[in-house]
Design a protein around this ligand. Structure first.
Ligand code: BGC
Length: 422
């Protein structure tokens, strides 16, 4: 990896989202978890037992219904000071967190001022440590009242989200420099409305596209509201972007690859381009197309959560994004589920080497935020996938730095020092 190239990156940090870490949230997810925990626990063996390399290790947790209920999560809501100490220990300068709409507006139009005050304290606690917050306003969770009127599947509901955005910026804006309105419109529309894996478990292409269009529209209007209140805030979305590879030259492979590029990677980015200051890129996987209707990946290096690991492909992803949109890129999520910490260091090393090659070729990268700071609640998989730099013991909630975290902290320090050299 080329440290001089990497030293042009402004933020070094990690990311989390509210529902995955805070605990005691009451939203459409917490309601759904209670209704579906047993079914998810039963389904895990059917889904993974025959082929997931990590299955023997994770099966006892993955088959327990409790694993699928976020509950107290990792109690980050009360332990945030302790958790931010790890950011400082790793010499980090940026932290991506999300604020939870259902806490801030538990009933339509009824604001919870103490929750705003709590987030203000969190933002101050970051500032005290010289860490810039990158704040996401919506990361997959809806207040129950919003879900029950149809959530983002109805265009007429968007104004509720916009009111929340306005209030959030009025209340918290003075502490914010970077705001991400919507996390991964493609993942939410795809998993909640096409594949039926996330609440509300719908399976309809048509509805999926409608939801994604509504999320895009929500972003475009939200960005204008944010700028009208505080014109200095830089606004973006975080998009899950995969690297798309052609396994052969068959027309069907080309067609499927083009389809993934357009509908998965670029649909939302193309439609928000006029209203973003930066591109938030969440990179986890790469897909190879060889003629079938599903990707045909090599599956030689598989993470605990069954993602095929090709970290270096991020180079192609950021080059393509920069060539197409010409905006600075923040890697808003990137990481690996790896309880034994066997691959994480390798993953980060490969990623940073790839990013330095892209930077040397002219790509502007403004931030690198590892997913995740801490082990957390991984949505429909529950707690068993361990993404954290910091391990969290499920029964005691005790935090422990994984070896890769100590190593990554050293890398950040030496990159930052090399930026002082010139
Ligand atoms: C989401 C995160 C999630 C991560 C790992 C991303 O799609 O934004 O919330 O934990 O992937 O699966």
């Amino acid at each position: 990896m080329d440290k001089r190239a990497l030293s042009t990156i402004r933020f070094w940090g990690a990311a989390t989202s509210a529902h995955q870490v805070e605990g005691k949230n009451h939203n459409q997810w917490s309601r759904w978890e209670l209704q579906h925990a047993s079914e998810l626990a039963k389904g895990a063996s059917t889904r993974f037992a025959s082929w997931l390399p990590a299955w023997d290790r994770v099966s006892s947790e993955a088959t327990q219904p409790e694993n699928y209920v976020s509950g107290i999560a990792i109690d980050h809501w009360t332990r945030y000071e302790e958790d931010y100490e790890y950011l400082s220990k790793m010499n980090m300068t940026g932290y991506r967190l999300s604020i939870e709409w259902s806490r801030l507006e538990p009933q339509s139009g009824a604001w919870n001022e103490s929750a705003f005050e709590h987030y203000r304290s969190m933002l101050r606690a970051l500032k005290k440590r010289d860490i810039s917050p990158i704040v996401t306003l919506w990361h997959f969770t809806n207040p129950i009242w919003f879900e029950d009127i149809g959530g983002f599947s109805k265009r007429a509901n968007i104004h509720h989200f916009l009111k929340y955005v306005e209030k959030a910026i009025v209340e918290l804006g003075e502490h914010l420099e970077y705001v991400i309105t919507i996390n991964e419109p493609n993942v939410y529309a795809g998993l909640a409305f096409v594949e039926g894996e996330f609440p509300p478990n719908q399976r309809s292409w048509w509805r999926g596209i409608r939801v994604e269009r509504n999320l895009v529209e929500s972003h475009n209007q939200a960005a204008k509201i944010i700028k009208a209140i505080r014109k200095n805030i830089l606004v973006g979305i975080a998009q899950n972007v995969s690297h798309v590879r052609l396994g052969n030259k068959r027309p069907i492979s080309r067609l499927m690859a083009a389809f993934q590029q357009l509908f998965w990677n670029e649909y939302a980015l193309n439609r928000t381009d006029d209203n973003v200051d930066f591109i938030g890129c969440n990179y986890y996987f790469s897909d190879r197309w060889t003629g079938g209707l599903k990707p045909d990946n090599e599956m030689d290096k598989i993470s605990d959560m069954a993602f095929m690991m090709r970290p270096a492909d991020i180079e192609h992803v950021v080059k393509r994004l920069f060539a197409k949109y010409g905006k600075p890129i923040i890697i808003t999520e990137n990481g690996v589920a790896d309880a034994n910490d066997k691959f994480r260091k390798w993953w980060i090393w490969e990623t940073l080497a790839a990013l330095s090659r892209a930077i040397n070729d002219g790509v502007k990268i403004d931030g690198y935020l590892y997913w995740s700071l801490l082990d957390n609640f991984e949505w429909a998989h529950g707690f068993w996938p361990r993404f954290g730099l910091i391990a969290v013991d499920r029964s005691t909630l005790k935090r422990t730095m994984r070896p890769s975290a100590t190593w990554f902290g050293g890398v950040i320090q030496s990159v930052r020092l090399s930026s002082e050299d010139h």
